[in-house]
Design a protein around this ligand. Structure first.
Ligand SMILES: Nc1ncnc2c1ncn2[C@@H]1O[C@H](COP(=O)(O)OP(=O)(O)OP(=O)(O)O)[C@@H](O)[C@H]1O
Ligand SMILES: [Mg+2]
Length: 1107
């Protein structure tokens, strides 16, 4: 942040030379962010009514309402605080708030009761000025709450320490006690103060509280005996009955049931949200803290019990005696109990309720009381008892909280007094109260104007006369000693003869008739004769806050406040010390024939004292306003507020305050606040503040009549000038804020960037280190692996070599050992017995084999290969040898046999072998052919001359010459033909003529087919398309089929190098001319002879029957 401030300074210096013109600019100070605020900051409406523009009743109410809606319940009129009752708890009284307002200037923060309390306390402590805080407002407007807030604020900010704290505690705890006895629920307020209270808090020179003095004014004692509908008696009665223990109640001879007591109204005995029993404990506790002794507290409760029980005494008329009505107590039980409680002789009290003694000089006249008078006396006694008890309580509290030192004290007075009251029926009490308010208003005007005037003189500003309404004339109408209303009332009360409220009104009509502010129908002045709004039994006073009409009824009685002497004497005779003390006039020794002062004159005197007291002090005003009649939060009733504003004279208040100048401010804070509006004063003004403000205002060019320069303050005449200033400031602040924002953003981004850069370098360094480390680790571990492999390999190599060496040595040793062994065994074998068996065995075996071979020589069979004889085997172990010998012998003799063959014979056997391979086990005819030698030329052509021609025609060597039967292709009948096979051709010739019928080159013969049976048929298939094939295949029958087929096969193979296909099947196809004919061999009938017969069955079938 510091760095940012330095950068900000640089930037501002660069951007605006006026900003940087002051090198003494304290940026460190700015860094602390000690920002001075003002009431003018974040205002809702206006915080100070003096600044209201335009000023009217509507704008005033609107402003209050606007602020109220935003929970801003406090608003100023100059130094006066207006407080609007929020009727809900707001979070604005916390200890943090106390700290906020502590030692701050009044206008520095938003309006608050704490600001006023702080101001009052500080000027009391620091400037030695006694203070008074005047809190006014109508019932329920929040006066008592305000007074408590002031006290608690002062308690929070003043000195600390055990003694001081005790004083504080006693001062604060006096409130619950006085509220219990002096407050009651009314229709306007559930905790309405029914007495005026003024409390002086005393401080020492340091501002530590020393003690206090409380004064009370005019307790509404009529409430003790009667309460209006919807209201209740003083809280203490209900608290006692609800909160006291059974034991205490018994002692006080009370019952818990409210309905048992005539003085307690029942319709609103319970108040919502109020716990009377708990409050009773609080009160007792507070009494203890304040310093009441137990017996004193007990006495107080006994008086309360006596008052309650008095209400239950009832009277009945008795017979007239001496022409006078007499009354009698109906039930003496209650009386008896009262007497027991108070220690009064029952007969004395009974008599006091029946007689009235009037003493004049030496004379004493006793008259009896009728029932009405008796009730009047009873109620008067109850009221007096209670009001005197209340005064006693105040005195007793004063005794406790009295400052214990005689040193000079500073005083802060807090006045919580009833505000102006205008009801439908206004009586003596309202008259007295409104009189008190007139006096307070007067003091307010006097002091405010005086202060204003003093300030103008002090500041050397010309004083212009302020026109305002001075209510002294009204005060005079009421309090003037010779012809004032109070004086008239007293005179009437003291006058002998019949005195009534009407005679009093008559008197007023005479005396005050001409007074501007007095109005009465029957006054001498006939102005109001026809004013029907003004009844005959009333008079009206034009108070500063409005007109109020008073009913005269009851004025005389209330002013007299008569208590029959018999009763006061009876009370004095009580053995109860408190009661005795409450009625000192009952002491016959101190008999005073003078009438006691009237209530009016007493009040006037006490108000006069109060005014005197207040005049010596610096006043601070809190004006309380009630926003609605429903005790509800968030409701702002304009009409109700308007009414209060009027009678509190708040507009008047603003006008007085604004009479000369609406706004003033000391030069320093003014310059501090607005210095940014001029280049000369921003950022720092070197000269005196006043000169700075002058420069500022001159530069802003406001009209000169709008402001004046005092000694220490600037005075601004109209609020709009101030608002203009504020507007300018706001705009300038926005610019400055943008500038600061801009620089701050720049600084933030750059700082962020630098940080990122730095971080990046760190990360990169770390990463590099990490990766190098990793790489190194890898290399290291790889090196170790390689190393270990190499070492392992080397070691294994060495091991291998060593093992090899060792094995070699072992082998050498073993070989040597074996060798030696062999040598030794060889050398010594002959000496081994073990070898003898083997030798014998081998010898025996040799002999046997020798014998076997010698015997075999003699038993040899013949050399014929077909001889199957062979000598029997002599020994089993020679079985394989024997068989092998047999085989070798057979092969040998076969060879011997073969060696005898000629080439011709060899050829014959080859043919036989070929025939065997071709036909054995395939053709049934074959076995019969084995024994027949293959002759080939069965027909000797060269020898027979008929075949001379044929012989000449054939040049080649004839391999077969034989007569065969050629089957006629058409009918299956056989015809003989000469079948000739030469090296290259197959020839058919006529048997008779020897004429060649067909000549087929061997290359055209494709296949020879025959049956598997014992017949001599065979078909010669010719190549399709060849010249010989034109008539089709040949089907022959021969007795030398096997030989012919074999020779045909061999000749074809040697000539064409191709194997002739020989098909052996009982059904095969032959090609006759165009037809394919099936030659089928069937089992022939034996009857037909043993020669196979051939028959053409049809075009397709030729059947050969084989017997
Ligand atoms: N500042 C406040 N914050 C919250 N509630 C408040 C405040 N002031 C007053 N009240 C409420 O309003 C009620 C009436 O206030 P208070 O008793 O002070 O009125 P009052 O002016 O003293 O009336 P009276 O003249 O009858 O004694 C209080 O009991 C409380 O509930
Ligand atoms: Mg009050």
């Amino acid at each position: 942040m510091m760095a940012f401030m330095m950068r900000l300074k640089d930037r501002v210096e660069n951007m605006d030379c006026s900003l940087a013109s002051d090198p003494a600019l304290d940026w460190r100070g700015m860094a602390k962010m000690e920002v001075k605020t003002s009431l003018l900051d974040n205002m809702i409406g206006v915080g100070d009514m003096v600044l209201l523009e335009p000023l009217s009743e509507e704008t005033f109410i609107d402003n209050l309402k606007k602020r109220f809606d935003h929970s801003e319940i406090y608003t100023y009129i100059g130094s006066v605080v207006i407080s609007v009752n929020p009727y809900r708890s707001l979070p604005i009284y916390s200890p943090e708030k106390v700290e906020d307002y502590r030692n701050r200037n009044f206008y520095e923060l938003s309006p608050h009761i704490f600001a006023l309390s702080d101001e009052a306390y500080r000027s009391l402590r620091d400037q030695d000025k006694d203070q008074c805080i005047l809190i006014t407002g109508e019932s329920g407007a929040g006066k008592t709450e305000a007074s408590k807030l002031v006290m608690s604020y002062v308690a929070a900010v003043c000195g600390k320490g055990a003694e001081v704290n005790q004083v504080k505690e006693q001062l604060l705890q006096s409130n619950p006690v006085l509220e219990a006895f002096g407050n009651a629920k009314t229709v306007r307020n559930d905790n309405s103060s029914r007495f005026g209270k003024y409390m002086d808090i005393e401080f020492d020179f340091k501002g530590d509280p020393l003690g206090g003095v409380i004064s009370n004014y005019l307790l509404e004692k009529s409430r003790v005996v009667k309460q209006p509908r919807g209201e209740r008696n003083f809280h203490i009665f209900y608290q006692l009955l609800s909160g006291a223990s059974e034991d205490l109640l018994h002692k006080l001879k009370l019952e818990r049931d409210f309905s048992r007591y005539n003085y307690l109204s029942l319709d609103s005995a319970k108040v919502n949200g109020v716990d009377d029993a708990a409050n009773f404990r609080t009160v007792r506790n507070a009494m203890q803290i304040v310093g009441f002794m137990d017996h004193e507290a007990q006495s107080v409760l006994e008086v309360i019990a006596a008052v309650l029980k008095l209400g239950n005494i009832e009277f009945k008329p008795e017979s007239r005696v001496n022409g006078l009505d007499e009354s009698k107590i109906k039930d003496k039980n209650e009386l008896k109990e009262i007497c027991e409680l108070t220690g009064i002789d029952q007969s004395v009290l009974e008599r006091a309720f029946s007689f009235r003694t009037v003493e004049a000089k030496q004379e004493k006249v006793s008259t009896t009381l009728n029932v009405a008078q008796a009730y009047y006396a009873r109620d008067a006694l109850a009221k007096n008892l209670y009001s005197r008890l209340f005064s006693w309580l105040v005195n007793r509290i004063n005794e406790s909280i009295k400052a214990q030192t005689k040193v000079r004290k500073k005083v802060m007075g807090v006045l919580d007094i009833y505000g102006f009251e205008i009801f439908e029926d206004n009586s003596f009490e309202q008259f007295i109260i409104n009189y008190c308010n007139e006096k307070l208003q007067q003091i307010f005007i006097e002091l405010t104007l005086k202060e204003e005037q003093e300030e103008y003189i002090r500041e050397d500003i010309e004083w212009t006369h302020i026109d305002y309404f001075n209510n002294a004339i009204i005060c005079d109408l009421i309090e003037n000693n010779t012809n004032g209303i109070l004086a008239m009332l007293d005179e009437e009360c003291l006058r002998p003869g019949t005195v009534t409220d009407d005679t009093f009104l008559e008197k007023l009509n005479q005396v005050c008739a001409t007074h501007q502010h007095f109005e009465s129908r029957m006054s001498k002045c006939s102005r109001f004769l026809n004013d029907t709004s003004l009844p005959h039994s009333c008079f009206r006073i034009q108070h500063y806050a409005g007109k109020v009409m008073y009913q005269v009824e009851g004025f005389v009685d209330k002013n007299n406040d008569l208590l029959y002497r018999d009763l006061s004497q009876a009370m004095w005779k009580a053995s109860h010390s408190l009661i005795k003390a409450l009625f000192p006039e009952g002491n016959p020794a101190k008999i005073n024939l003078k009438r006691p002062p009237t209530a009016g004159s007493q009040f006037k005197a006490s108000v006069a004292t109060l005014m005197k007291n207040l005049q010596t002090k610096n006043p601070n005003y809190i004006r309380c306003i009630k926003p609605n009649d429903k005790k509800a939060a968030h409701i702002f009733n304009d009409a109700l507020v308007c009414h209060q504003i009027r009678y509190l004279g708040l507009l008047e208040n603003v006008r007085v305050r604004r009479a000369g100048y609406a706004f003033r401010q000391a030069y320093e804070p003014c310059l501090e606040r607005y210095k940014m509006l001029s280049k000369q004063t921003w950022p720092h003004w070197k000269g005196p503040a006043r000169a700075g403000v002058e420069v500022l205002f001159n530069e802003l060019e406001f009209p000169v009549e709008e402001y004046s320069f005092g000694r220490s303050k600037i005075f601004i005449r109209n609020p709009r000038t101030l608002f203009k200033l504020e507007d300018l400031r706001k705009r300038r602040l926005e610019d400055l804020a943008t500038l600061i924002q801009k620089i701050f953003r720049g600084w933030k981004c750059r700082t962020h960037f630098l940080l990122m850069k730095k971080s990046q370098i760190v990360i990169a360094a770390w990463y590099r280190r990490y990766s190098q480390q990793k790489k190194y680790q890898q290399i290291k571990s790889s090196a170790i692996v390689i190393q270990s492999f190499i070492r392992g390999w080397k070691a294994r190599k060495i091991l291998r070599e060593l093992k090899h060496k060792k094995r070699c040595q072992e082998a050498v040793t073993t070989i040597a050992a074996f060798w030696h062994g062999t040598q030794v065994r060889r050398e010594y074998r002959k000496f081994f017995r073990a070898n003898a068996g083997k030798k014998i065995y081998e010898f025996t075996l040799q002999r046997i084999v020798q014998k076997y071979f010698l015997e075999m020589k003699n038993k040899m069979p013949s050399l014929s290969p077909i001889d199957k004889n062979w000598p029997a085997r002599p020994y089993l172990f020679l079985d394989s040898t024997h068989k092998e010998l047999k085989r070798i012998f057979h092969l040998w003799r076969c060879k011997k046999y073969r060696d005898q063959f000629t080439d011709q014979r060899k050829l014959i056997y080859e043919e036989k072998l070929e025939a065997s391979e071709l036909f054995k086990d395939k053709k049934a005819l074959y076995p019969s052919s084995v024994g027949q030698p293959f002759q080939g030329a069965y027909l000797e052509i060269s020898k027979d001359p008929k075949y001379k021609k044929l012989k000449d025609a054939i040049e080649e060597k004839i391999i077969i010459a034989e007569v065969v039967n050629k089957v006629n292709r058409a009918n299956g009948k056989c015809a003989s033909r000469i079948f000739l096979l030469t090296n290259n051709n197959l020839l058919l010739a006529d048997q008779k003529s020897g004429h060649i019928k067909s000549e087929v080159p061997l290359g055209d013969v494709t296949k020879v087919s025959m049956s598997s049976q014992n017949d001599g048929f065979f078909a010669v298939h010719l190549k399709e398309g060849s010249g010989a094939a034109s008539k089709g295949d040949f089907l022959f029958s021969s007795d030398h089929l096997i030989e012919m087929a074999t020779k045909l096969y061999r000749t074809t193979l040697s000539q064409t190098k191709q194997k002739l296909n020989i098909e052996i099947s009982d059904e095969f196809l032959v090609q006759f001319r165009q037809d394919k004919v099936c030659v089928k061999f069937i089992q022939g009938n034996q009857k037909n002879g043993s020669v196979p017969t051939c028959k053409r069955k049809n075009n397709r079938l030729l059947e050969v029957a084989v017997p």
